[in-house]
Design a protein around this ligand. Structure first.
Ligand SMILES: Cc1cc2nc3c(=O)[nH]c(=O)nc-3n(C[C@H](O)[C@H](O)[C@H](O)COP(=O)(O)OP(=O)(O)OC[C@H]3O[C@@H](n4cnc5c(N)ncnc54)[C@H](O)[C@@H]3O)c2cc1C
Ligand code: SF4
Length: 496
């Protein structure tokens, strides 16, 4: 700890965002380029180097947060990067996308604003790329074993990088035309520009990982052929089977799933399309679902030039501050969070009706109404109490030309002839692929990592699972492993 009174000297300061009016005109990240670095060293000095660092406990990767805070506060960026990469393959992803359970668990957060751990993380990661120090780390020798990784989201990529560096020959199969999973065609560029993904993919290729894109396991290569080709398989196909909303009018034209809407918008940013076929330009948009996917639809619709955007959330407006009874420190609390997309839609007055920043809370979607041509024209919502029971009172009617359903995901796609069926693995009652604590399915040599085994989760958990599944595969192939396993398949986030 460079300064034991750092937290008294320096107030928390975060990476400033660009003005709302400027950033909604482009797809670049919302932060002011170059404005983070001058802030970071004093911010890292706020870290108290706690005897029991709960930040570290709250992070599934077990990031060595006090160590890299100390190194950054002493401006030893290269040593900080070494410690950061010791536990995280892709800190430039988590530094941008993670909801930061580490900050919720920071000891300073008991009675002060937490250390800006996520900002320190992304600053180290970006600095190392800028200094050309993220060189590929190809293995010294090959083991002669080969592993097939199905899916190139953060879980598949982390598993592939760990196994390649351990000397195995790794092939990643991805059904999309580009690698990245939800980082590529789900999460919008204003949250993470795709150039960060490209840098890592180039590093992985240079290390020896092979990518077979536009190759769907099940359709283009069968389960038996995949198992015959490889000594082990890691199934990292994500949880992409979306939840439905079976209310009257669901069949109307213009009622679409969030993950039908976000990929073409991302393809516009990739240069594949001039305009998305589902563009919100000039439309009244209603997003059903109050989570992060809904917020990503909100920010995308605002940038596409929607006439209005309203996000409907069945949950009640959460408290502004942590409820110490329900959500005591160091758990991740339910509080009213304002993402950059909410800030934009709120500040620019995008919603037709709103309780807070373009969101309607405690509102249940009752039905969709359409016109004679079968196109959606309105969404009828009713009020509910905190336990989601309908309340008497007038329905509200929101004008809508485009409705986006962002209700979460049930688990991996389980279809006849799909990867899960082809590999013959058992599906658990909750819809995820069944596995033991060590990521093994009931088919010998087939392991499962990320959302496919955990259910809909976070990038940080996907990376942690990819690393741990790689350790399990390495042990299976070699009898022993020195790869780290930060979480078991049964571990869950810190809860009260
Ligand atoms: C819109 C959206 C926004 C999100 N935002 C955030 C965020 O800001 N922060 C955060 O932490 N988390 C976020 N998440 C969650 C996070 O993206 C996921 O938890 C994470 O990507 C899961 O990683 P994964 O590798 O398990 O699966 P995925 O990222 O889903 O990747 C699975 C890959 O497998 C491929 N695949 C599937 N079947 C086959 C097959 N048969 N053959 C070959 N390939 C196949 C898919 O095409 C896909 O590329 C978001 C999720 C969504 C939907
Ligand atoms: S809990 Fe907070 S103050 Fe303590 S070591 Fe972690 S980041 Fe530093």
């Amino acid at each position: 700890m460079a300064d034991p009174k750092g937290f008294l000297r320096h107030p928390r300061r975060e990476w400033p965002r660009r003005p709302v009016g400027e950033r909604v005109k482009d797809w670049d990240e919302v932060y002011v380029p170059g404005a983070l670095l001058p802030l970071v060293e004093p911010q890292a000095e706020r870290c108290m180097d706690c005897g029991v660092p709960f930040c570290h406990e709250a992070c599934p990767l077990g990031n060595l947060i006090p160590e890299w805070n100390d190194l950054v506060s002493r401006a030893d960026w290269h040593a900080a990067a070494e410690r950061l990469h010791a536990t995280n393959n892709f800190p430039e992803f988590t530094g941008r996308l993670c909801p930061a359970p580490c900050e919720a668990g920071c000891v300073l957060a008991i009675n002060q604003p937490a250390v800006t751990i996520k900002n320190v993380e992304v600053a180290i990661a970006d600095r190392i790329w800028a200094d050309g120090l993220a060189a590929p780390r190809a293995p010294q020798r090959l083991t002669g074993r080969t592993v097939g990784v199905v899916g190139s989201g953060p879980a598949g990529l982390a598993a592939a990088q760990q196994l390649t560096r351990a000397g195995h020959t790794v092939v990643v199969y991805e059904r999309d035309d580009r690698a990245g999973g939800l980082l590529r065609y789900g999460i919008p560029a204003f949250k993470m520009e795709k150039r960060h993904l490209e840098l890592r993919l180039a590093q992985m290729r240079a290390e020896g990982t092979k990518f077979r894109t536009s190759t769907e396991v099940g359709r283009d290569i069968g389960g038996a052929a995949l198992r015959a080709r490889h000594d082990a398989v890691v199934l990292a196909v994500g949880a992409t089977a979306w939840r439905e909303l079976p209310v009257p009018g669901r069949e109307l034209d213009g009622v679409r799933q969030a993950m039908e809407y976000l990929p073409p918008a991302n393809r516009v940013c990739e240069g594949d399309l001039d305009v998305s076929p589902l563009s919100a330009a000039g439309k009244h948009v209603v997003i059903v679902g109050g989570g992060d996917t809904g917020a990503d639809c909100l920010g995308t619709a605002v940038r596409e030039g929607a006439a209005s955007v309203t996000q409907v959330d069945i949950r009640s407006l959460p408290p502004a501050e942590r409820d110490e009874e329900a959500d005591p420190w160091p758990s991740y609390p339910t509080v009213h969070r304002v993402s950059p997309a909410h800030e934009e839609a709120g500040e620019l007055g995008f919603a037709q009706e709103s309780d807070a920043d373009a969101r309607l809370f405690a509102a249940s979607t009752l039905r969709f109404a359409g016109d004679a041509a079968g196109r959606v024209r309105a969404v009828h919502v009713g009020a509910v109490d905190a336990r989601r029971r309908p309340l008497p009172g007038a329905e509200r009617v929101l004008r809508a030309d485009l409705v986006l359903l962002a209700l979460g995901f049930r688990g991996p796609e389980v279809t006849a002839g799909g990867a899960v069926a082809e590999l013959g693995v058992t599906v658990a009652p909750d819809g995820t692929v069944a596995r033991d604590e060590g990521y093994a399915t009931d088919v010998p040599g087939v392991y499962v990592a990320g959302d496919a085994g955990r259910g809909q989760s976070l990038v940080v958990w996907a990376i942690a699972e990819g690393r741990a599944a790689a350790a399990a595969v390495d042990r299976h192939l070699m009898g022993t492993t020195s790869l780290p396993a930060p979480v078991t398949a049964k571990d869950r986030p810190l809860r009260a």
